[in-house]
Design a protein around this ligand. Structure first.
Ligand code: ADP
Ligand code: MG
Length: 464
């Protein structure tokens, strides 16, 4: 039934969302619509063939895991792909997902990674796809040593630190994934500090502190990501200290990440910080040019996309902050190219990067004027247009406004998002996709759009 599929898919999304960055989640999962659910087969509709291929390439393990959790070992996923948008009466084409390589037993023991939400790892974070450079050499080799012999090296705890997007989560999860492959019996817990805190508070509220703590006391590898979030949270630190000591005494492996060196971590108890001296502390630096080039090479190769070395050098030269940003630019490039159905070339890269690097302040009035015009046309206030309301008429107006702004200004998707109450650029991509689709399939909508567009055009020419 219709509602069934929605509910199941929403649960799947909840799981998937926890495993991905918001940007990736929004780009690739928000546009998916649950279609139906029958005989264990969940059908989801994706906007294009490209979309389908991307999901298969990049997110298959996650999708499988989500389906396994929500439907069970016999659950299957099927895609409905909108292949041809031009044809009004088109039926979406169904493509079957490749069959799962043998179902994973669900409740056969507490050791399966799927049986407990806190023990989840993102299967895409591996040592294999982590490019090595001088920026991360020590961290990577220490992490690999730890993964080969958890609890048995001098690197306990292993503390990894560095700024955002430099690979802390990737490397710490790679430890977990590798241990899981090499020692299937070992119990691994990966937990972000924020989530650890929330769980703890919930346990306090529900009188479950005992069982909350126990689940961590029985692991072989504990990975605590972003420890800086425990800053100032005295009671959470207290409980973590307890878990830490217990595991360390049992020679269980502990991996911790943070955004700066232990001595600079503010708001953490000294006795906890001093424990880090027992093991190894390794820092992650910004990747140098050669490493950035290698990272781009590996990302695009994984996507089956061909970029000239000129283009790769161009991106590597201009994006020198961190790997997440680099990935964001690549995703942007791919999304732009697929939206506009054009090739990825230097010109497009320049365009995409221009928006990221600098914004044109003289256009600010234009965006606001456009917002006013669209709001007036739909008879709603600009605040509502920019606001959070999900009422149909607001959403329709908002999406049209985003589309028009993209068309009539040079603002980046990110910047447009900022003008709509700080929405993410992927929301803007989605809006543009929706409008494009409607323009092709709904003549009435197209007519209305044209009316607003005419108004806008005439006001632009009048003002010059
Ligand atoms: P952090 O946790 O330090 O903020 P992440 O581990 O989330 O950073 O890394 C950000 C993104 O960059 C992830 O998608 C990760 O896979 C990727 N990444 C980071 N370092 C590398 C690397 N050396 N090679 C390939 N990908 C990397
Ligand atoms: Mg992280």
């Amino acid at each position: 039934m219709h509602t069934d599929s929605k509910i199941i898919w929403e649960k799947c999304l909840l799981y998937i969302q926890g495993q991905l960055s918001e940007q990736i989640y929004k780009t690739w999962f928000s546009p998916i619509v649950a279609k139906h659910f029958k005989d264990g087969v969940l059908t989801i509709q994706v906007p294009s063939q490209f979309f389908y291929e991307w999901l298969e390439e990049h997110h298959l393990p996650l999708l499988k895991q989500a389906v396994l959790q929500e439907i069970g070992p016999h659950g299957k996923l099927e895609y409905a792909i909108v292949i041809d948008k031009g044809n009004k009466k088109q039926k979406p084409l169904m493509v079957n997902l490749p069959t799962y390589p043998g179902p994973v037993p669900r409740d056969s023991g507490e050791k399966t990674a799927s049986s407990n939400a806190i023990f989840q790892l993102n299967p895409n974070y591996l040592f294999d796809n982590l490019i090595e450079g001088s920026c991360n050499q020590l961290a990577k080799s220490a992490a690999q040593a730890v993964a080969k012999n958890p609890g048995g090296t001098a690197f306990n705890p292993l503390m990894l630190y560095g700024g955002v997007g430099l690979g802390k989560t990737h490397i710490s999860q790679a430890v977990g994934n590798e241990v899981r492959t090499t020692f299937p019996d070992k119990k691994i817990a990966y937990i972000a500090s924020e989530k650890f805190t929330t769980q703890f508070i919930e346990a306090l509220r529900n009188n479950h502190v005992q069982s909350f703590t126990e689940q961590y006391l029985t692991v072989d590898v504990l990975i605590l990501d972003d420890i800086q979030f425990l800053s100032g949270k005295e009671r959470t630190q207290e409980i973590f200290f307890h878990i830490f000591n217990h595991l360390h005494q049992l020679k269980k492996q502990i991996v911790i990440t943070g955004d700066c060196a232990p001595r600079n971590l503010k708001g953490l108890q000294e006795r906890l910080l001093s424990r880090f001296k027992w093991g190894l502390t390794a820092d992650l630096q910004r990747p140098d040019f050669e490493t950035r080039v290698a990272i781009i090479h590996s990302k695009v190769a994984a996507d089956g996309i061909n970029l000239s070395s000129e283009l790769i050098n161009y991106v590597a030269t201009h994006v020198d902050t961190n790997v997440r940003e680099l990935e964001g630019v690549l995703i942007s490039l791919i999304a732009h190219a697929s939206l506009a159905r054009r090739d990825i070339n230097i010109e497009l890269a320049q365009q995409v990067l221009k928006h990221i690097v600098q914004q044109n302040p003289t256009l600010e009035t234009t965006i606001e004027v456009l917002q006013q015009q669209v709001a007036a046309h739909y008879n709603i206030s600009v605040d509502d247009l920019k606001g959070k309301s999900r009422k149909k008429e607001m959403v329709v107006a908002r999406q049209a406004a985003m589309h028009l702004i993209k068309k009539y200004t040079t603002h980046s998707l990110k910047s447009i998002g900022a003008y709509f109450g700080g929405r993410d650029h992927t929301t803007v991509i989605h809006a543009i996709q929706v409008v494009e689709e409607l323009l092709h399939t709904d003549p009435q909508y197209a007519h209305l759009y044209e009316l607003i567009e005419q108004k806008i055009k005439s006001s632009i020419t009048n003002s010059y």
